[in-house]
Design a binder for this molecule. Structure first.
Ligand SMILES: [Zn+2]
Length: 190
């Protein structure tokens, strides 16, 4: 059985620690929610920062809340080429080999070793995983139909109580598939 899955394109964004948020926006700064995201609790904030490497800069990159333990900058490969950087493709949260960049906000700057190209992935709840016959850590393919139809493989499945079924890809992957923001995919189980 193949299972339908919502596919969402994540634009470049930053997850931020409270310590770095204080340095960029002022002491005890609180993010303001602009829009809820699909994963419960996650939101796009109103706050934006600039991401800089050397002379190259990506301006107004959105912060995604809530604050996290570690600051993480997620960009596309196209962004990385523009910045002249070679960040590794890693799953969110896996920052040991991440590259460095500086962030600038209204009151200051910080240097962060947290620059990655986010690896595409599936979020799902334990119940959804059971229905689909998937387990945490499984690697699947997801087929997207349409004029630029494409099948993405090497997609790890992440199962957690506070997750909801969806696949996250970046803007390069979305463009390759001809998707603007969202689409429907089909999980292909081997
Ligand atoms: Zn995600």
């Amino acid at each position: 059985m193949n299972l339908k899955i919502p596919v969402e394109v994540s634009a470049r964004h930053v997850h931020i620690s409270q310590k770095d948020l204080d340095a960029l926006f002022g002491k005890n700064f609180q993010l303001t929610e602009d829009k809820k995201l699909s994963q419960p609790g996650d939101f796009a904030s109103r706050e934006k920062v600039n991401v800089k490497i050397g002379e190259k800069e990506l301006k107004n990159v959105r912060i995604v809340g809530p604050v996290r333990e570690k600051t993480q900058i997620e960009i596309s490969r196209t962004d990385a080429l523009f910045l002249g950087a070679k960040p590794p493709v890693l799953l969110s949260g896996d920052l040991d080999d991440a590259a460095s960049a500086s962030l600038t906000g209204p009151v200051g700057s910080v240097e962060v070793k947290g620059l990655i190209i986010a690896k595409r992935h599936i979020h799902c709840s334990p119940e959804e995983a059971k229905t689909a016959g998937m387990s945490n850590g499984d690697v699947v393919c997801v087929k997207i139909a349409g004029e630029r139809g494409i099948t993405f493989c090497n997609v790890p499945v992440r199962v957690a109580d506070d997750y909801k079924l969806s696949m996250h890809i970046d803007t390069d992957e979305g463009n390759a598939a001809g998707i603007d923001k969202t689409a429907e995919g089909e999980i292909v189980l081997k």
